[in-house]
Design a protein around this ligand. Structure first.
Ligand SMILES: [Fe+2]
Ligand SMILES: [Fe+2]
Length: 472
């Protein structure tokens, strides 16, 4: 197997596509549909070219090439991390057996489903973000938006490759459906709720890339453990790209908080809406929203499907190899969040059933990292305010707390109290209108919008005032 992609190929790849003419033809016939989708549902802003990172290699020697690329010439490729010929199944009933290069018949439907659900999120986020270019706060941010979008497009390619290569006619039909569903559509929406929300402003974009792309990281992390080796290898490489998306989110919120903090200190007031920045309570409300809808993406606290996926070896735990147990979990139990006699609490279940809760907790711990760094910005400026993650029961629409309402502190509320008070905790129309009123494009080299601080560093060693994007 080669690791360096051949960009003279119609579909750059490191999977020896040329050796499998049927598969190559099938993917080449999907390609125009993808390009059509990108043109109609992808970024709206016309550009001459964008300074992008393109994957050329999956090896350790460096896998990315940077350069200005006209969007019409951008090439989406298929890249799998290198194969480890000695890799063995790390968990479940097949633990210790060699991993699978083909799909075992008995797991076909489940694997296909897992791939389709993951695949569906990738184009969805591009659709959600398609209007953002028109209000980018700087060329640097505009470039990052395009980078995230082309990589989500590539992640769609990654899942479509698996569907075409391993799931026959049904796989090809599912691949077509991935371009047919669309975010927010009434007739054929995207599969998961958070991917049907609109991303209308840049604060939402940073929160999305911080919280929702991070859900992606955890889902990919469990699929990376899969006994189905091509899925594992594809997810391993996707995770490398995903890291940049979360970087965009982390540093994006950093810069919003930094700018708001500056204005608060300079003017010695918390009430900064009139100064053209985003007040901290509004940042907190956006955080509350994106965090809670992202928690929903992990599904119910208990799941027999996920228990079966684990036992079968299809989907593992986050950092499976760092867990100190027998990696089968048949005799273990765990505590999961639950309503106990109508109150927010926990209950004990067989560990296999509680795997969604396990993954959600890993995610929650990771999310604290961002909040800590944003709070450090406030603390360093001598301000007493702090951001925080809301309680796990807050604003949930999936799982044990879907049927109740709770405050960010985790206090159970009646439906009436909730509707009276939710505007204190979730963005109201007034908040959204204020945020949107700040979203004026700054498409001039080296300039930045007033509501956000410039980044500390540019991309790939370039300065902030580099010509990252040439507009038409
Ligand atoms: Fe992705
Ligand atoms: Fe992503």
């Amino acid at each position: 197997m080669t690791t360096t992609a051949d960009y003279t190929e119609k579909i750059p790849n490191n999977v020896d596509l040329r050796e499998d003419r049927r598969l190559q033809r099938a993917l080449e016939s999907w390609q125009p549909n993808f390009l059509n989708w990108w043109q109609t549902m992808g970024p709206m802003l016309p550009t001459q070219d964008v300074y992008l990172r393109t994957a050329v290699n999956v090896g350790r020697e460096g896998w990315a090439h940077f350069g200005h690329v006209p969007m019409k010439d951008y090439r989406w490729g298929i890249f799998l991390a290198e194969r480890d010929p000695d890799r063995r199944v790390g968990f479940g009933q097949h633990r210790g057996e060699p991993v699978w290069d083909k799909v075992p018949g008995e797991y076909r439907a489940d694997l296909q489903r897992l791939i389709v659900i993951q695949g569906d999120t990738e184009p969805a986020s591009v659709e959600q973000q398609r209007n953002l270019g028109a209000t980018a706060p700087s060329l640097y941010d505009l470039r990052n938006l395009f980078q995230v979008n082309v990589e989500e497009g590539r992640h769609l390619w990654a899942m479509v490759y698996l569907l075409h290569a391993y799931f026959g006619r049904e796989g090809r039909e599912e691949a077509a459906e991935l371009l047919h569903r669309s975010s927010g559509s009434v007739e054929s929406p995207r599969i998961l709720g958070a991917f049907n929300e609109q991303t209308l402003d840049w604060l939402s974009f940073y929160m999305f890339t911080y919280f929702t792309d991070r859900d992606g990281k955890y889902q990919l992390g469990t699929l990376k453990e899969s006994a189905f080796d091509p899925l594992s290898r594809t997810c391993e490489f996707m995770l490398k790209e995903e890291a940049h998306h979360m970087f965009v989110g982390t540093t994006g919120v950093d810069r919003v908080v930094e700018r708001t903090t500056q204005v608060m200190v300079e003017n010695d007031t918390d009430d900064v809406a009139g100064y053209g920045v985003i007040p901290l309570p509004v940042v907190q409300k956006y955080l509350n929203f994106h965090y809670s809808v992202s928690l929903d993406l992990f599904g119910g606290e208990t799941s027999t499907n996920v228990a079966n996926y684990y036992t079968a070896g299809l989907k593992g735990r986050w950092s499976e190899d760092r867990r100190h147990d027998n990696h089968k979990l048949t005799d273990d139990s765990s505590m999961v969040d639950a309503l106990v006699d109508g109150q927010i609490g926990q209950t004990e279940v067989p560990a296999l059933l509680g795997l969604n809760t396990d993954l959600r907790r890993q995610y929650i711990n990771d999310c604290r990292g961002g909040v800590n760094r944003w709070n450090k910005i406030l603390a360093d400026a001598g301000l007493p305010q702090r951001l925080k993650l809301p309680h796990i029961a807050f604003n949930r629409r999936v799982g044990a707390f879907a049927g109740i309402e709770a405050s960010p502190e985790g206090e159970k509320l009646s439906a009436e109290e909730w509707s009276q008070r939710k505007g204190q905790w979730l963005p109201t129309e007034v908040d959204k209108t204020h945020v949107r009123s700040l979203m004026w494009p700054v498409h001039e080299r080296g300039k930045i919008a007033a509501w956000i601080a410039p980044p500390r560093n540019g991309i790939n060693g370039k300065p902030f005032d580099y010509d990252y994007v040439h507009l038409l």
